[in-house]
Ligand binder design. Structure first.
Ligand SMILES: O=C(O)[C@H](O)[C@@H](O)[C@H](O)[C@H](O)COP(=O)(O)O
Length: 258
């Protein structure tokens, strides 16, 4: 099924529409299950979520944070308080804002930080065996299916830590893979593999800024680029894109409003 693209001139409208979409999926999920299972990415997403779900007070009142279970679609193998940590970013943008408002925090699944540390308690260099243990342990915490996976799209078309041309694009034997040669620093990470994305009920990308127009042109162009984000568009799950107008300027794709 083709992806749906929602496009807005203002960044605030991207955040508010994404928030409305998340709220709708949260409501549907909680009608049939006790928790809402969502996966979050790094990049600018934390900022967009804060703008749409916390700063927008009408929306904030309807988000049932205490029933959320949050995982990360990828994570950098650094301490949780390191500036490169996706958890760290989510903590800074969302969890600390909830705390400041005395709102009950969601359940958040992080990597097991103790597995990163050597004998002296410092984050170690890591070995293939240690990193794959972190990935295996993270996979044990995953739900069978996410209600929603929120993704970013890198300027090279990567999503999660699935990079163009990388062997992990074909990984089907594990749900979470470790990667030690990420072309974007830091090199050591863990990431969802395609089976996790294929099992999701909904997927949404967020992409803003004129700098994204080139890569979105390739992803939505007539020619198969094989880029990771384009491969996500092709899976049999409803995929939505929430974008700024400048990110799709000149891109041959129909857009609408959520
Ligand atoms: O680990 C990473 O490489 C980034 O977190 C990355 O996956 C990010 O999600 C995209 O590059 C989109 O970034 P923006 O949201 O800033 O556009």
């Amino acid at each position: 099924m083709p992806a749906t693209v929602y496009s807005y001139a203002e960044s605030q409208d991207v955040a508010d529409s994404l928030a409305k979409y998340i709220l709708d999926i949260q409501t549907r999920a909680l009608a049939i299950a006790p928790t809402f299972k969502i996966a979050i990415s790094g990049g600018s997403l934390g900022k967009v979520l804060k703008k749409g779900l916390i700063d927008n007070e009408a929306m904030a009142r309807q988000i049932q944070w205490a029933k959320w279970e949050v995982s990360f679609s990828d994570e950098r193998l650094v301490a949780l308080d390191h500036e490169d940590s996706n958890y760290g970013l989510f903590n800074e943008m969302v969890l600390s804002a909830l705390k400041a408002k005395s709102i009950t925090a969601p359940k958040v699944y992080t990597i097991d930080e103790s597995l990163l540390k050597g004998e002296n308690g410092q984050v170690s260099e890591g070995t293939e065996a240690a990193d794959s243990q972190i990935a295996e342990q993270y996979a044990l915490q995953l739900p069978a299916s996410f209600d929603l996976v929120l993704l970013g799209c890198g300027p090279d078309g990567h999503t999660c830590s699935l990079f163009p041309g990388h062997a992990l694009l074909n990984e089907r034997s594990v749900k979470i893979a470790n990667i030690s040669d990420s072309p974007k620093p830091p090199p050591r990470r863990i990431t969802f593999t395609f089976p996790v994305l294929e099992a999701a009920k909904n997927i949404a990308f967020v992409a803003e800024g004129a700098g994204k127009a080139g890569i979105l042109g390739e992803i939505f162009g007539a020619k198969d680029s094989g880029l990771p984000s384009e491969q996500v568009n092709k899976i049999q799950v409803p995929v939505s894109w929430f974008v700024g107008d400048s990110a799709v300027a000149g891109v041959p794709v129909l857009t609408s409003k959520y």
